[in-house]
Ligand binder design. Structure first.
Ligand code: GDP
Length: 302
């Protein structure tokens, strides 16, 4: 229900436009397909993914010779679900066999909701009875360290930090050492997301990883990229740039409440081939949900 509310704007946007595109038509013809293309693009699905969806529907029209507009909904759902990828069950639960402590390196540009997502995740893990440690490796901004500290107090989990300007890799190293000592289950490492210098970003993330591996051999077990869903095509660009700088293994897409751009989830998931693990649907501590593609698609169409 929260998901439905969260996606209210995306849903009414998409569903209403789709309804208009097929109004008064009984079969899917070129006009309907043109309108559908516009609906997808204006819902921020992205051009390449839109073209892919339209082609698939054209193929089905060609194969069956006739496609009723009522069936279009069903087919569109299937095609969209096929393009979305969600996280495997094992990884969803951060099972101990994947790593103990299970280390999540969180990356993303400032302002996308990175700190909030880390706080919400820490809260969820703690509620599951897991021991969590936070690492403030975004040492570039004093505010980033302070914000993370506020979350650590709010959720009541330990944080490892150094002063602003210190080496992020050193903070990450300290964090993992503390986590091992505390026998922690999950470690969330915040990192700086300065995209204006791609080589620096790449070097920094590579170094953070390398240094963490001195403490926990397979760390990080997950590189979670946080993207602001309300920025539409900007989120796309960031996703591409971060994937070029480091191997991103999962996505959190925030601020899907209050935006009509929820379609961006479809395009990013398809283009990046990285599973969407979480979606942010509000500013509150409980407003982070596991991404489930069937629920997501349903919330768009129902
Ligand atoms: P950071 O700079 O990436 O760490 O961003 P913050 O975590 O500080 O978040 C920036 C702003 O976005 C804050 O005002 C958050 O409350 C807000 N925010 C984060 N996630 C969500 C979300 O899912 N929905 C909404 N509406 N706001 C969010």
């Amino acid at each position: 229900e929260k998901l439905d509310q969260g996606l209210e704007k995306s849903k009414s946007n998409f569903f209403n436009k789709l309804g208009k595109a097929v109004a008064g038509k009984s079969k899917v013809d070129d006009d309907v397909l043109d309108d559908l293309e516009e609906v997808l693009i204006s819902s921020d699905v992205g051009v390449s993914t839109t073209i892919k969806i339209i082609r698939r529907i054209e193929d089905r029209v060609a194969k069956d010779k006739y496609l009723g507009t009522e069936e279009l909904n069903v087919i569109l759902r299937e095609e969209i679900a096929a393009l979305l990828s969600e996280t495997e069950e094992a990884e969803k639960n951060n099972q101990p066999e994947l790593g103990h402590p299970y280390v999540i390196m969180v990356v993303g540009v400032n302002g996308v909701g990175k700190t909030t997502t880390i706080g919400k995740l820490a809260y969820q893990f703690k509620k599951q009875g897991k021991k969590v440690v936070l690492g403030a490796a975004d040492t570039f901004r004093a505010a980033a360290i302070e914000q993370l500290e506020i979350w650590s107090q709010r959720v009541d989990v330990p944080i490892v930090k150094q002063k602003m300007g210190s080496d992020p890799a050193s903070v990450a190293f300290d964090t993992l050492q503390s986590a091992v000592k505390l026998n922690a289950d999950v470690v969330l490492i915040d990192t700086a997301g300065r995209l204006h210098n791609k080589i620096n970003l790449m070097n920094e993330l590579t170094k953070v990883k390398r240094v963490m591996q001195k403490v926990v051999p397979n760390a990080p077990h997950e590189v979670l990229l946080v993207l602001d869903g309300s920025t539409g095509q900007n989120a796309f660009e960031q996703a591409k740039q971060f994937s070029a700088a480091t191997e991103v293994t999962s996505l959190a897409i925030t601020k899907l409440d209050g935006t009509a751009k929820g379609g961006v989830v479809i395009g990013i998931s398809d283009q990046l081939q990285v599973p969407v693990k979480y979606i942010g649907v509000g500013e509150g501590i409980e407003d982070l949900q596991d991404f489930n593609k069937i629920e997501f698609v349903d919330s768009f169409f129902n």
